[in-house]
Write a protein that binds this ligand. Structure first.
Ligand code: PEP
Ligand code: MG
Length: 603
């Protein structure tokens, strides 16, 4: 039966595929396709792991039998029996075989997929005792996964992106994804939550789109989705409960709708929309080499936001003239699961920043110092709520850096060294106080002196601050005095101006970029910077949203930084704009009671 789940649209386009349900803690399990010739080997890996775990449990049972009732309660022995039973369970074994043989999933992926299928059945049981056995099943699968570590024949290669349903069929315009060979079917990921660290794993995976139950429009999960340029819906509340493993799903990333088990008519309609989207992308691609100049001759700088040095490839391909925001914290995340040192050292960071500088082929790269904390924990496991009462107002970004000067100095030294290989700008997040500014700048001086003492080669950097706290926007004079450039982080500026947690879907309807207070702060910051002759850009999501391009141009903005996937659409807006006609209109919009309505009125 067809039904729809509504959420927040965060990354544009349509994806049609089969659902893969994954719990966040298991996203670091490798997801890749094996060759048909590797099916037996993968099945064997599961069998060997199962034998090893059976042996392990057997030994445990034997040692429990030798213990007295005070050392080992009776329940322990019974529990181990249950684990043995679950391990040999036919539904688990045959299901895993099915995913490997028919879908060509690697063994770990097959195992976690079948775990989801069975866990769902446990959830639906009336009997509480049986329902609680889900935790036992998870432990058994955990043991199996542990045993399989290091036995993979292939180490998760970066798989080719799966065909979109529209590309997968012939050109007859009537593509029916349900008629495809099972291994050619696009897959979409459905999860309760994905942390930014999970998203890094996800970037290397095979999925054509994703849906999460939680998250807001500018949560970091949504931001990474946008950078991947795949359709995504977040804040879909109970999607992960309603969708079942392997269901056919349409993700409409433009409308924020997830359609489950679509009828043939709906499938055909969305297949058509998907092809239209592909055609539109093709048209926009022609603008790639065109300079971004308005009708009245104003040159506009379109820069890229990146998370990893490798993202520079996409940035250059999209025609970015530099990187306006390199969110360096992604180098610091998810390291535990990759068995790396807790934090990246100076040399590792230097190599990463240097790769980014070289990747941009002489164009400027703005590296923001780490913005860890709040909804960007170091590893995916620590969630927003388990550290502090109010993490968005707590120790994040520059506050985190100033609380650990050795870590901050390491990062700054790495950035200064990389500056010898290209034009690098240093950007500081979340500043609000003059004392923080002075402390930060003296640490940068200290890092420079350390490099000089060591005789290490380093380059000059321009230093900028993010304006993302209302207090900063309201004390611009101080910022203009100390910094070479400013960059407006509208994602946080909206969050802190409106007191709306940007990651919380329950208040997402109040997260309003067009709120008059937000627009006033943005407009004044741009105007003051222009008056002072200081470069200013916007690097929050507003910069890549074409609904705001003309407004920002009218307010005097000439530098926009966004995901590479948004650059061409924004460029099209720039090419069609005449800033001389936009100034009065833009000021009328920000003075209106309801700027969103005024924005919608034709200019
Ligand atoms: C912002 O707050 O607008 C911004 C660009 O930084 P981030 O989204 O990484 O917090
Ligand atoms: Mg921010």
């Amino acid at each position: 039966m067809t039904f729809a789940v509504h959420g927040l649209p965060v990354a544009r386009g349509i994806a049609i595929g089969r659902a893969v349900l994954v719990v966040s803690s298991r996203i670091d399990v490798a997801h890749y396709f094996i060759k048909p010739s590797e099916v037996d080997t993968e099945i064997d890996r599961v069998r060997l792991a199962r034998n090893a775990v059976a042996e392990e449990l057997h030994k445990l049972q034997a040692s429990v039998a030798l213990m007295g009732p005070n050392d080992a309660p009776h329940e322990l022995s019974a529990l181990l029996d249950v684990h043995q039973m679950l391990l040999q369970d036919e539904v688990l074994t045959s299901g895993v075989k099915h995913w490997i043989t028919d879908r060509l999933y690697n063994a770990e992926w097959a195992l976690t997929t079948q775990l989801e299928v069975i866990a769902r059945q446990f959830d639906e049981m009336e009997d509480e005792y049986l329902r609680e056995r889900k935790a036992d099943l998870e432990q058994v699968v955990e043991r199996l996964l542990h045993r399989m570590k290091g036995t993979a024949a292939v180490l998760a290669p970066t798989p080719p992106r799966r065909k979109r349903a529209a590309e997968a069929d012939s050109d007859d315009g009537e593509a029916d994804p349900t008629a495809l060979d099972p291994v050619d079917v696009p897959l979409v990921l459905i999860a309760h939550d994905l942390s930014p660290a999970d998203m890094l794993q996800f970037k290397k995976s095979v999925f054509a789109g994703f849906v999460t139950d939680v998250g807001g429009r500018t949560s970091h999960t949504a931001i990474v989705a946008r950078s991947m340029d795949i359709p995504a819906v977040v804040g879909a509340r109970s999607a992960s409960q309603l969708v079942r493993q392997d269901d056919w799903v349409i993700i409409d990333g433009d409308a924020g709708v997830v359609i489950v088990d679509p009828s043939p008519i709906i499938l055909a309609e969305y297949g058509f929309k998907q092809r239209q989207g592909d055609l539109e992308r093709g048209r926009l691609a022609r603008l790639r080499h065109k300079p971004a100049v308005t009708l009245d001759g104003q040159r506009v700088e379109l820069l890229a936001n990146i998370e990893m040095p490798e993202d520079t490839v996409g940035a250059v391909r999209a025609g970015a003239v530099g990187v306006g925001l390199f969110r360096s914290e992604f180098l610091f995340m998810g390291r535990e699961s990759q068995r790396l040192t807790r934090l990246p050292g100076e040399e590792e960071q230097y190599q990463a920043y240097r790769r980014a500088a070289e990747g941009m082929q002489g164009m400027p790269v703005t590296i923001r110092t780490v913005d860890i904390g709040a909804d960007k924990p170091l590893d995916g496991k620590s969630t927003r709520s388990d550290t502090h009462l109010n993490p968005a107002l707590g120790l994040r970004a520059i506050r985190w850096s100033l609380a650990d000067p050795a870590m901050f100095l390491t990062q700054v030294r790495a950035i200064l060294r990389a500056a010898a290989h290209g034009e690098i700008h240093l950007l500081i997040p979340m500043l609000a106080h003059a004392s923080e500014i002075r402390q930060t700048l003296s640490l940068v001086d200290f890092a420079r002196a350390e490099l000089d003492n060591r005789g290490a080669v380093h380059g000059n950097v321009k230093i900028g601050a993010m304006i993302e706290i209302p207090a900063a926007a309201l004390t611009l004079k101080t910022f203009l005095k100390y910094f070479d450039f400013l960059s407006i982080g509208t994602n946080d500026l909206i969050q802190y101006t409106l007191a709306i947690d940007r990651a919380d879907e329950s208040v997402a309807h109040l997260y309003d970029p067009a709120h008059p207070a937000v627009l006033r702060l943005v407009a004044d910051t741009i105007a003051e910077c222009n008056r002072a002759g200081k470069p200013v850009s916007v690097c929050g999501e507003m910069a890549g949203d074409i609904a705001f391009t003309r407004l920002l141009l009218g307010l005097g903005l000439r530098s926009f930084s966004m995901h590479p996937s948004q650059i061409l659409a924004v460029k099209q807006e720039v090419l069609r704009a005449d800033t001389s006609k936009l100034v009065a209109w833009a000021h009328a919009v920000i003075d209106a009671d309801d700027p969103a309505a005024a924005l919608a009125v034709a200019r």
